[in-house]
Design a protein around this ligand. Sequence first.
Ligand code: MOS
Length: 722
Amino acid sequence: MTDPSHYRVDAYAKVTGRAEYAADVKPQGCLIALALRAVMGPARIVAIDTAKACALTGVVDVFTHEDADRLGWKSTPAIDALSAEHLGRDALGDAASKGPAYRPLISQEVLFAGQWIAIVVAETIEIAREALSLMQVELAAWTPPQSFPIWPGPFFAGDMQHAFDTTRTIGPLTIYQRETYQTPMQLHQPMEPTATTAIWQGGRVTLHDSTQGVQAVRDYVAASLDLSADKVRVQSPYVGGGFGAKNQVWPHQALAAHLARVIGRPVCMQLTRADMAVASGHRSETRQIVELEADAQGRLGLLRHESHVPTSLKGGFFEPCGLNSLLLYKAARIEVSHHVTRHPIPTPTPFRAPGETPGSFALETALDELACKLGQDPVALRMQNFATRDHYHQRAWSSNDLSECYRLGAERIGWHLRNPTPRQRERDGRLVGLGMATTAYPAPALPASVRLSLSDAGALRVETSATDIGTGMRTLLAQQVIATLGVNPADVEVVLGDSTLPDAPTAGRSKSTASVLPAAAQACRALLTTLDQWDPHPPGNTALHERLRRAGRHELTVEGRSAGLSADKGLSFYSFGAHFVEVELDEPISRLRVTRVVSAIDCGRILNQRLATSQIRGGVTFGIGMAIMEHGLRHPASNRILTDNFADYAVPVHADVPEIEVVFSNKSDAAMNELGARGVGEIGLPGLAAAIGNAAFNACGRRGRSLPLSPEALCCPRDLRG
Ligand code: MOS
């Protein structure tokens, strides 16, 4: 193992293909299960003829809603209690403890196009695929009963959220602006498609899964099987990206276990990209109206942010676009509302920086428009309205280095060279523009545990159920114990993503580092304390194994626990940053390219520069996709998702991604935890699309208020005439 402060400890296993992902686990006799998706919805199943599929050699079984009893597949109060019906602002962090909003294969009801209506189980994936093509389905259009609860939340949706800063004195309001912004449906596209392999042995099942949270999966699957949680083990040692698609629990994880139980052989439930589009969540489209009122100095009198977002017929998650607007800037009056409506669509779910990402596109574009009207620099406008405390929650920030981020980012991109008047800079015949935007994201932390096991026989084991979804958790833990305990990198083994290991929260909402690392620090102290008690007088640099031997012991196991954050600290924990972007627009063909990005980020103290930088680069890459490529579409009649594959849904590739310079203010957040570190994950994404749009405006003088920024929005009508 090389020095983990410089390299990922699992890099070698990953690039050599030795790291085993969920669908790589194919024990002897393992079968493949694939789902059949309804081609339209809402609908009722009139008939499904499975005869031809069943007759195909190599097909082991076929299941429809008529086989629910045989599968032991039902809806119970215990299962429903785990469903995600009431997700709102404060519940976002617990999204992962929730089960799916619905169960397919329960009845004839098809709530949305793409819902699974049958499962085929076969010897190979090719046979399973052929069997799907032999299924004969008759669907009838169906209007769902009105008995589905409309949005039940007592607050937040429908109700206006207010924040006031009564101390604010401003001049006469001279500028009023009201614009509408739109963002499209987006589909998570982690590199590893979702899959679950279920293996039964003596009344217990082990799931090899791809999830952000093994313990949440265990709890849901155990409830579904009507077993105690200790009969279900979930392992997810490597996860090829999650971004929220693997944050909640989905039906397939339980289905795999039910299928393997009834058939009596291991089953791998494999989701295709098309399945993922309907069965592992998405970010919904949004329509947002931002109203701003300001005095001649750019001081905000009113900031009003109204969001219109859909959710599914069952389930309650919606994109909470206006959250940052409540607290990121100072205004005499702030009004935020969310209007949620039910539609026959798959359930939207968390998607990297849910809420803040589309919300910041609207707010940060609106601020750029205001700056133009005022003739004020966009950075100066933001500093003019800098929120020195969280007025909405009436708390001080635990730490806020945003102004330093503005300074650092502006310096690195060469902001002083920007001409505020559009169309003034050219390079190689292309228009050049600079733009910026703010990013902010909550910094939560939940209780977590880490176990250290030292034995005379081998490596120091570091164990927790936390997952590493590509963020670098395995590396951070190794780095931590190596630095604290002075052990050899080669003598450390980190074991993650197993539900039987000590508790840890789901990897989501950028909270893993701040939750798990303090527990590891605690465990290191506990280990040293015990060794000191056993043998108080070893020479200062005695190795751990030697201390164990001197004490006449063979092993030592300790556990460290972190408490997480609670509101009673009386502080608001947020991360902040500023993106600065340069674009080039080839105006005659209306091609926009992002040519440079500088992201200046405040995530508290940075524990590993390389990993943290990689996280921000990932977020920026997401933002480039969001700004100019990603566009999820549904068929207007059938509601089927048309862009459920990589041919019809564009994401950035290497050639689309320019140099991304990441700079951290690296200011320790002492109130956060003993490490001074907040999480680094989602913060890289919010604001980026707005920064690109603002740069595009600076280049060509045309404003795109709808994502992705289209050629039509960025070229003038003369260009279109040719
Ligand atoms: Mo993330 S969108 O909090 O899984």
